[in-house]
Design a protein around this ligand. Sequence first.
Ligand SMILES: *Cc1c(COP(=O)(O)O)cnc(C)c1O
Length: 345
Amino acid sequence: MHDIVDLRSDTLTQPTPAMREAMARAQVGDDVWEEDPTVQRLEAEAARRTGKEAALFVTSGTQGNLVSVLAQTRHGQEILLDRDSHILNYEGGGAALFGGLQTMPVATERGFLTARQVREQIRPSNIHIPVTGLVCLENTHNRHGGSCCAPEEIEEVAAAAHAQGVPVHLDGARLFNAAVALGRPLADFTRPVDSVTFCLSKGLAAPVGSLVCGSGEFIARARRVRKMLGGGMRQVGILAAAGLVALDTMVDRLAEDHDHARRLARGLAGLPGLQLDPGKVQTNIVIFHVDREGGAQELSDGCLARKVKIHQFGPGAIRCVTHKDVDREDIDRALDAFREITKPW
Ligand SMILES: *Cc1c(COP(=O)(O)O)cnc(C)c1O
């Protein structure tokens, strides 16, 4: 049990004592000169887990996506993505600003483009028409409540894109959650795509960092782009050390976060004025709608007064994210708060 139940995001996780220990002891060197042995170990481990030739340590998931998108496209091309994707909605328009890319947002049911949508949306060759440079996928999907798609779905989409010569990037900020939820090895999700980003600093609880993985040739380009964006870091093995501990110790326990999210969703589903389908909660994110004027604000204020922090997510919606610093008692305390607040509704 914790004093404050913080369900706003899994990025709020505190590094573990083992991470701090590893950080203090890390062997380091200048990573821009490719002389940091701890970063090299982390990159090798990321490449191994994703089944790719190489990997690159980057500052954040946003930088990982930007580096990947820039390294895969040319100025003026179009990228194809889901309308609710993180790249389109929460990355400051970086692909447009730095890559000169226009986006083709597609509405999807669960956050995942289907192979058919990809076939329909990839542009034909014609001098009037922009060139589709990249297809972007997201797994698990943040705005769709942590939904996950199976490796077979990714294979189909990637095959459709590759058939037209278009590469595929996977924003796998929470890809380990998908792998744990579906009980499949990480590499099954990443094998079909050309590049993938995953975060160490969300449910895996490391303080900083993400990895970009792909072919050796792609990572060489990505390394150049990362430097250009100001992401070349020096004795950054200090951070990579925490990342190695995260991969070692924090992956399997994600199942517990998923249990907590389902417990939360089941409890919420019975409350007046709240709309959610607990059957759709697959990982560590619970998004629900409040069908009452000002209700989402009332809920977050009421929760805060009871030391429970939640995140308002667009008008009339709330997002709760479970993570290692939220235990079962915390979930029950949050449910008590929700129950009290919605009682008169
Ligand atoms: C959090 C997140 C990112 C970006 O990660 P940051 O480290 O916060 O920049 C990218 N994609 C998705 C789906 C995310 O949830």
